[in-house]
Design a binder for this molecule. Sequence first.
Ligand code: TTP
Ligand code: CA
Length: 360
Amino acid sequence: MHVDLDYFYAQCEENKNPYVRGKPVVVCVYSGRTEDSGVVSTSNYLARKYGVKAGIPITRAKKLLESSGAIFFPMNRSLYEQVSEGIMEILRAHSDAFEKVGIDEAYLEVSTRTNGKFEQAENIANEIKRQILTQEQITCSIGIARNKLVAKIASDERKPDGLTIVKPEGVHNFLSDLPASRIPGVGKKVEDKLGQMQVKTIAQLSTISPPILVETFGKTLGGYLFQAARGEDDEPVKEREQPTQLSRIATLKRNTRELPEMLPLLSELAIAATAKLKEESMTCKSVAIIAILSDLSIHTKSKTLEQPTADEKTIVNAAHELMKEFLESMPSAIVRRTGVKVSTLSKLTGQTDISNFLKV
Ligand code: TTP
Ligand code: CA
């Protein structure tokens, strides 16, 4: 089973700001250079009717939506992460094995609990939809098939609030008329190359011989396309391994050893690392700063916290303190890039822990 949340960031904003319902909603990543510079992260389906979708410049979105009453939100990643976390808990509870592949997407192995019966999988899918809607007011689209590839293509078939079941005997029919671009991993570049080979649909792709695919796309991608066109995929649903450390690193606007000049970026990185930690439902016991100097030498300085935490303030303060100590210990250091690393991670388990954790 592949579950994909519908227009996810925009749906979170609709729930948080009910006054926007019925209007085009656009979630933006502002770059901060000028008032409207940046790109669209996602939009609700109404905004998409005006041609506004992920990746287009905000200025263009504003033109397309002129006098439509559209509402623009800056990206609020920690809100989306909290909503996602609640949903992932629901999904995990309905699976034999669970693989989260992004903030709004996951694969669920349900073969054992359904005895391989698609009807039972359908019941589970409906129950999942009901629980996500009740608990988080979010709709999702689900695909069910005998492997991850077809399940993923299926979840994208009827959006929003879709449920598409492709039984093994129906795979061929299901895939045949779909554009080859519906195969995960087939982006603009591959699509263009296929176009030059007169390949538009998956059925047409399945007529191309392996040597030609390998010659055109290389062994890995060529081999993948050959199998994908036939709906073949034997990747298991993999429980993701827990990370043991997380870091965020970025380049300063200019090389410096002035602490006040570094603090905004350092805070931003600490906040981003904390957000990731929360997304993974983890805490850290150690915090480190990374300093890459103008001569490109790499230095780190770390400290152990009194107790495991996922508290943003604690982690930001620790990073500030460490950078101050580092600069004092290296009087000639001129910093070019800086980073924050959290380590000695542990997983928060159980519902009570997680709800406590969200209050942090
Ligand atoms: P998607 O699942 O691609 O898109 P979506 O959930 O907004 O819409 P759909 O109903 O078609 O599934 O991406 C999930 C989230 O990831 C999305 O809400 C915002 C974010 N995102 C970006 O920030 N930039 C991007 O270019 C894309 C594609 C997504
Ligand atoms: Ca989605």
